[in-house]
Design a protein around this ligand. Structure first.
Ligand SMILES: Cc1cc2nc3c(=O)[nH]c(=O)nc-3n(C[C@H](O)[C@H](O)[C@H](O)COP(=O)(O)OP(=O)(O)OC[C@H]3O[C@@H](n4cnc5c(N)ncnc54)[C@H](O)[C@@H]3O)c2cc1C
Length: 435
């Protein structure tokens, strides 16, 4: 294969920071805002024009992993600090409804635009936090197991940034991979989906049809070449508006690998084509949708899984289902193991009633790097655990935890793997995080 060479470049360092967070999704914003609140000079780089990652751009539509059913049957939060603040903020503005019980946990459907606004308000409220949008991390400079600087492509050209601590909240372990950390592709990648929104829906009838939806899908799965046998209809709380989770995109008969350009490009186009086809199906077959129209698709494909780090500990499916506690737990989650698998199926495995597991800090620490941590869906977890811990509640818990850890790393000059977890947990407990 022929090649081209790129001339070597010297970049002036634009900023010396305490913490640089790569990726402005749920985990990254939680990390950046929490670091700012701890008085750390913080940078956040995000390649999209907005914050929220999959929660906004992918329109995933509900906050999961925030609640568990308590002994009296009431729904109680498993999260505290930033994620709870987000949930309460959205509810107070009418941009979320619920929490709506689901088995022994609950979900909080939200309006993606409301999430974008609230996240933006939070980052704008932090004087010590500089957000760069349309800015993509491209290179990482590593010496002796420490990241010494990174290169970011901005709309104004390439810039260099340096920080004491780096947080990989890219969802795809981009920073970790560029740094040379060991990463893994999920044993079986979960399928991605293109979410879409329908308006002018008779919401009452649509909600009543949710229980019938699996039967409707099963009855027409073969004849209408549907991508899923089960799905979801998510009312946003706004008149006549429902988000629809029915798409699932494959490539060459297997889940799309969204870390591969060719597959991601194909899947974006295929996902939007599916949305048009599925909206027509819903209009014809699902009660409440006869007069509805496809208002929009998500602005990007909903990617569940690409690459994860190999951390100091790898969370396992039996840790999740066994509701295991860890001495270095930084938060809890009760969400079931939800896996989007072959045959149009979604497999669900639930924890015992009222049970939740702890998320160990060590899952956020890639092996072999003094000043790198991860937060969000690229943490160290096997596919069983990943099916649960990938949802938004735990992602935000992890973000705020790595911010608190970064404060310690800066103050005590210790490597990430040597953070004093008792002190870390004390900070989180102060923020109201159930541990
Ligand atoms: C279709 C679908 C439905 C889902 N449904 C739900 C649900 O109902 N409830 C729930 O709680 N969870 C749901 N999930 C899971 C959940 O949405 C995600 O796991 C979670 O939002 C991940 O958050 P994150 O911050 O780790 O990553 P992301 O949200 O993916 O954010 C990562 C960010 O990093 C940015 N980035 C990546 N590379 C770079 C780079 N090189 N430079 C700069 N920026 C970069 C990306 O643009 C992105 O904004 C769903 C997921 C999908 C795909």
């Amino acid at each position: 294969m022929s090649t081209i060479s790129i001339p070597a470049e010297e970049l002036e360092l634009q900023e010396e920071l305490d913490v640089l967070v790569v990726g402005g999704g749920s985990a990254g914003v939680a990390a950046a805002v929490s670091a700012g609140r701890l008085g750390l000079r913080t940078g956040l780089v995000e390649e999209m024009p907005h914050l929220g990652g999959m929660s906004t751009g992918g329109s995933v539509g509900t906050y999961c992993g925030f609640y568990v059913k308590g002994p009296g049957g009431d729904v109680v939060p498993t999260v505290g600090g930033f994620p709870l603040e987000m949930a309460q903020g959205l509810l107070s503005r009418g941009h979320a409804i619920g929490p709506i019980p689901y088995h022994d946990t609950a979900v909080l459907p939200y309006v993606p635009m409301g999430v974008k606004h609230l996240l933006e308000e939070r980052v704008r409220g932090e004087a010590g936090l500089r957000v760069r949008l349309h800015s993509r991390l491209t290179h990482v400079v590593v010496e002796d197991g420490e990241i010494r600087g990174v290169v970011v492509d901005t709309r104004g050209g390439r810039i260099g940034l340096r920080a004491r601590v780096y947080v990989d909240a890219s969802g795809d372990a981009v920073l970790s991979r560029l740094a040379g950390a060991e990463t893994l592709q999920g044993e079986t990648l979960q399928y991605p989906s293109m979410m879409f929104t329908m308006q002018n829906v008779d919401v009452g009838k649509a909600v009543a049809a949710i229980v019938e939806l699996p039967n409707i899908l099963e009855a027409h799965f073969e004849a209408e070449r549907l991508p899923r046998r089960s799905g979801n209809l998510i009312p946003t709380g706004r008149p006549g508006e429902v988000m629809v989770a029915l798409s699932r995109v494959e490539f060459a008969g297997r889940p799309v690998d969204a870390a591969v350009e060719e597959e991601l490009s194909f899947a974006e186009l295929e996902g939007r084509a599916q949305a048009v086809r599925l909206a027509e199906f819903v209009k014809r077959r699902v009660p409440g949708f006869a007069d509805a129209f496809l208002a929009d698709t998500a602005s990007r494909l909903g990617v569940r899984e690409t690459r994860k780090i190999v951390g100091e500990y790898t969370l396992r499916g039996d840790d999740v289902l066994g509701a295991r506690d860890f001495e270095d737990g930084i938060g809890r989650c009760a969400w079931p193991v939800e896996r989007h698998v072959e045959g149009g199926l979604t497999s669900w495995t639930f924890l015992d009633a009222g049970a939740s597991y702890a998320i160990p800090f060590r899952c956020l620490v890639p092996r072999g790097f003094a000043n790198l941590m991860v937060a969000g869906r690229c943490l160290s977890a096997d596919s069983g655990a990943f099916g649960s811990v990938r949802v938004i509640g735990p992602c935000m818990l992890e973000g705020q935890a790595v911010a608190a850890a970064a404060r310690q790393i800066c103050d005590d000059d210790v490597p990430a793997a040597s953070v004093d977890v008792e002190r870390l947990r004390a900070v989180l407990a102060d923020w109201g995080v159930p541990l």
